[in-house]
Design a protein around this ligand. Structure first.
Ligand code: GRF
Length: 198
């Protein structure tokens, strides 16, 4: 059984998709948020999943918060840490501590449109396809070895919200698949690229 700790900051719909996928060999050990009002916390608690809040505003700086966060996460002995809408930039020390066992989903086809406001920027650029990317996290924001991507069309009359909703639907399919591949030991990082074994 592999222990998974999921970090959220808000609604947690990707966390819900991962929980609901009931991945063989995976135990959701905890859902941790940096905001007490993260809606996903109540959802997880109702399902008997351990939840915790660590408010970044209570800490003097990024290093102190990340150190406390790592200590909390490690109390659940995780095999995999999943960022699911966790709206914090993580320090290199934190990221390196979880090297090769920390993944994120970003709502763009990386390496395009890293950072915030991805859908607005994709529409403004006139790209014809958008999507989402699951990747291992490295110290380089929204970079790191790509595990999986899904593609959606960008429509002529798209709004950022309409595009976000189309991408989010794919996120909910893609992220549990990626977690399942990790849990089955089928992801191998080789020179910055992820190879899948069968
Ligand atoms: C998702 O679009 C995810 O790609 C991005 O933040 C959003 C989180 O949504 N990193 P949710 O909290 O999982 O519903």
């Amino acid at each position: 059984m592999k222990n998974i700790v999921i970090l959220i900051s808000g609604r947690g719909s990707n966390m819900q998709a991962i929980v609901e996928a009931q991945i063989d060999g995976a135990k959701i050990a905890a859902v941790i948020a940096n905001r007490a009002d993260a809606a996903g916390l109540a959802w997880a608690a109702e399902r008997g999943i351990a939840t915790a809040v660590l408010d970044h505003k209570q800490f003097a700086g990024r290093d102190a918060f990340d150190a406390a966060l790592a200590e909390l996460i490690d109390s659940y002995v995780p095999d995999l840490v999943v960022l699911a809408g966790f709206m914090r930039i993580l320090t290199p020390g934190f990221v390196n501590h979880y090297a090769n066992r920390l993944i994120n989903i970003h709502p763009s086809l990386l390496p395009s449109f890293t950072g915030l406001h991805t859908h607005e920027r994709a529409i403004a650029e006139g790209v014809k396809f958008a999507g989402c990317t699951v990747h291992f996290v490295t110290a380089d924001l929204d970079h790191g070895p790509i595990v999986a991507q899904a593609v959606v069309p960008v429509l002529d009359d798209d709004t950022p919200d309409a595009l976000a909703a189309r991408v989010l639907k794919e996120e909910h399919r893609l992220y549990p698949e990626a977690v399942a591949l990790f849990v089955a030991d089928r992801l191998h990082i080789d020179a910055g690229r992820v190879r899948r074994s069968h």
